[in-house]
Design a protein around this ligand. Structure first.
Ligand code: GLU
Ligand code: ZN
Length: 299
């Protein structure tokens, strides 16, 4: 198989227009390339999970006519693989334990990175001797630049030491972090192409760094603009994004294609769901996707 793509929702709420757009883009790109399309439920963060959301997301995907390949993978059942990966990094002396609280980090760091304060390596220089306290695992990053060519956003370069700092692989509460789990699962599932929202563009260099140190292949990346409210906020539960309704799936699919710059012809709007899908897959062009990190669907 030359193309294996995926959609990896977090069950923190029902699908909204923004997540539908990511599902549609990854699906069309996989199908237009005669590839497989896998669904992975990213349900690692149990405290943030909304009960019933995972099933609701799958029902919505079904109602929209998405057809996934293989079994659905649930990250909550895969700790053994994340443990293995952490061990591999530990053997290279790339991992250290951290006991710092948020407040301690805020008091000791004044460097703002792209994702909050840069961790000042306190526990790397002065490991805690306390054994009773809960510890997080951080990965040591390097000063060199990590660059990749995104199929939509172009050349992206990041310096992990300057822009991010030593990031968390396993949290104090024992949960594995998204950055580690996503890399492990993309590798184990043989994912070759990742099409997802541009809110994850800044995470990609961290993922490439882990791939390099875990000795796994780096997939092709394409980051689509994320859907925002008129005011420019990302659609999410916090901005009260409407869950997508399953009625009129064909209209919403049409809107998603429009958002993705595919210029679906107006007559398609009243076609059946199957016909809209057929049009979408035969006409899918990654090149037409707007090259912004975010966008609002214009009427
Ligand atoms: N689970 C992540 C999310 O819902 C997506 C992860 C990914 O596509 O890499 O935002
Ligand atoms: Zn620390």
């Amino acid at each position: 198989m030359l193309y294996i793509g995926r959609f990896a929702p977090s069950p923190t709420g029902p699908l909204h227009f923004g997540s539908l757009v990511a599902a549609v883009a990854s699906y069309c790109d996989a199908k237009a390339n005669a590839g497989k399309w896998l669904v992975r439920m990213e349900d690692l963060d149990k405290p943030r999970e909304v009960s019933g959301a995972a099933d609701e997301i799958l029902h919505t995907l079904e109602a929209f006519g998405f057809e996934w390949d293989d079994e659905i993978v649930y990250q909550s059942q895969r700790d053994e693989y994340y443990v293995d990966a952490l061990n591999t990094l530990q053997k290279q002396a790339l991992v250290y334990l951290c006991t710092c609280t948020r407040k301690e980090i805020a008091d000791s760091s004044n460097a703002m990175g792209i994702d909050g304060l840069i961790y000042p390596k306190t526990c790397f220089f002065k490991p805690s001797l306390q054994t009773s306290i809960h510890k997080a695992c951080r990965v040591l990053v390097l000063e060199n630049n990590i660059a990749f060519l995104d199929a939509i956003q172009g050349e992206i370069t990041q310096n992990l030491a300057r822009d991010v700092g030593d990031f968390i692989l396993k949290r104090k509460d024992g949960l594995f972090a998204y950055q580690l789990a996503v890399v492990v699962d993309d590798a184990l599932q043989g994912i070759t192409h990742i099409v997802r929202g541009a809110d994850l563009l800044d995470s990609t260099p961290r993922q490439i760094y882990l791939q390099q140190n875990l000795n796994t292949a780096t997939p092709h990346y394409a980051h689509i603009p994320i859907a925002t409210t008129l005011a420019g906020e990302k659609l999410s539960k916090q901005t009260l994004a409407q869950p997508i309704s399953m009625s009129l799936a064909e209209h919403q699919l049409f809107d998603a294609l429009k958002f993705l710059g595919q210029n679906p012809p107006a007559i398609i709007k009243n076609a059946t769901l199957n016909e809209v899908w057929r049009w979408a897959i035969t006409h899918w062009t990654l090149k037409k996707v707007p090259k912004n990190r975010s966008a609002h669907l214009s009427e």
